[in-house]
Design a protein around this ligand. Structure first.
Ligand code: ZN
Ligand code: ZN
Ligand code: ZN
Length: 445
């Protein structure tokens, strides 16, 4: 997501609260009172629903393309012309239309119940005005699909004397007698067409979610462009202010007591420029045992298992019926897990602590915060595991710690303690996770 600078105080932040009349975004600190400091307009809250709608819409575009390809194939099957049985040439694929001839009454039987149905066929003959031919049913025997065999007239079953249309390949016995290997069976020559309902359902869901989602995306892009154009002329600018170390209120430099929370303000103990630049790289072997196990499990163990489970289900119930959103989560997770967890844990994290910028790079992901914008400095401890967090008043944050050698971790602790001193903010060491959450959200305990 784009990083912008607050129209009022210039801190780097993400698009959030927005003044509709000034057409600019303000950072969390400048938006604290819920109104625009320049003109008193009530600020708009960030709208994020479009991200979800756009994602859903795109997923359903995929589903509808898939369903459409099925419908298109069935439409093409429906448009094949029929061939009279007397005119069949071996080796060709044809569509026949006639009547079932057999010695038994039930020729095609739908067995099983609910979602576990499958077709059981007895070999039969098909006759039309020009002659009759025997039908080899091995290719469709046991099929679970109504795309392959349409439901029959007799409580789904097919009886002798029923009209049937067959698409199949013409073959011949050694003695020259021809037969047809059935691939699709329908009630009428045009019965091979699917209803198209799946395509229509998926496409309309894609439209219902995707259109507002895309509109939200366009609006968000346009708002960022407007912000960039209007920020320079924003009439409520403040410069060289700092935030209260306790409550985050924006204060003029040199303010002794925060008017908002009454906390005395610390003065910087040293110049920020005097901080050295340190560089660290994490190593996988230095992660805790549980992190290493989790990383390897999500990257290398789970994906083949999830893929295997999906293929097994697809084999059991048929590929077409396994293509439903809930089941598709299996192969999707098998792709997403290693992409998310692999770089997150396996790639080394490169951390640069500098007096101007603090920066973390890992695989394709690069984050940085400006040292002078940091207003919360904390270390979270859980057992032997510790993580440093730096948060700016624009609510950008950066964390590091796991994977560093103990010596590097202590060197970085000294560095961020000196950063806190230079900024005049309190370094919160040894916070528990709950304490950290409350501190990060600036609730004074
Ligand atoms: Zn601001
Ligand atoms: Zn305004
Ligand atoms: Zn305060």
């Amino acid at each position: 997501m784009a990083i912008i600078t607050c129209a009022r105080c210039g801190v780097r932040t993400r698009p959030g609260r927005r003044c509709p009349s000034c057409s600019v975004f303000l950072c969390g600190t400048c938006a604290r009172k819920g109104v625009c400091p320049a003109d008193g307009q009530v600020l708009q809250k960030p709208k994020k629903l479009w991200v979800f709608l756009l994602g859903l819409g795109l997923a359903f575009v995929g589903f509808s393309l898939f369903a459409f390809s099925f419908d298109w194939q069935s439409y093409e099957r429906a448009s094949i012309p029929t061939t009279p049985i007397a005119a069949l040439a071996p080796g060709t694929t044809v569509k026949l239309n006639g009547t079932i001839e057999a010695a038994t009454m039930v020729v095609i039987d739908l067995q099983g119940s609910g979602d576990n149905h499958y077709w059981v066929l007895t070999p039969f003959r098909l006759g039309d005005a020009s002659g009759s031919i025997s039908v080899d049913v091995t290719d469709v025997q046991g099929s679970t699909s109504f795309w392959v065999i349409e439901r029959g007239r007799h409580n789904d079953d097919w009886w002798v004397g029923d009209a049937a249309s067959i698409i199949g390949r013409v073959a011949s016995f050694p003695n020259g007698t021809r037969y047809v290997v059935a691939n699709f069976i329908a009630r009428t020559p045009v019965g091979f067409a699917g209803s198209g309902l799946a395509s229509i359902f998926f496409a309309s869901t894609a439209a219902v979610a995707g259109i507002p989602g895309a509109a939200g995306f366009v609006r968000a892009r346009r708002n960022v462009a407007l912000h960039e154009r209007n920020s320079g002329a924003y009439r409520g600018k403040v410069e060289h202010w700092r935030s209260c170390g306790e409550c985050g209120e924006l204060l003029g430099l040199g303010t002794g007591i925060c008017p908002s929370c009454n906390a005395p303000q610390r003065q910087p103990s040293r110049a920020i420029e005097s901080l050295p630049t340190l560089r660290f790289v994490t190593a996988f072997r230095l992660l805790s045992r549980s992190e290493r196990v989790a990383a390897l499990t999500f990257t290398f163990v789970l994906p083949p298992i999830l893929t295997g489970v999906f293929l097994w289900i697809a084999y059991m119930i048929g590929l077409a019926r396994s293509l439903q959103p809930v089941l598709l989560l299996l192969p999707i997770s098998a792709i997403v897990f290693p992409l998310v967890f692999g770089p997150r844990f396996l790639a080394p994290q490169r951390i640069t602590l500098g007096p101007h910028e603090i920066d973390s790079g890992r695989a394709m992901r690069h984050e940085s915060v400006l040292a002078r914008e940091v207003d919360r400095v904390l270390t979270i401890r859980k057992g032997v595991r510790e993580v440093h967090f730096l948060i700016t008043r624009g609510d950008l944050s950066l964390g590091f710690g796991p994977g560093l050698t103990p010596a590097d971790f202590e060197a970085s602790r000294t560095w961020i303690r000196n950063l806190a001193g230079a900024l005049g903010v309190r370094y919160q060491e040894n916070l528990s996770f709950t304490e950290a959450i409350s501190f990060m959200s600036r609730r004074v305990s």
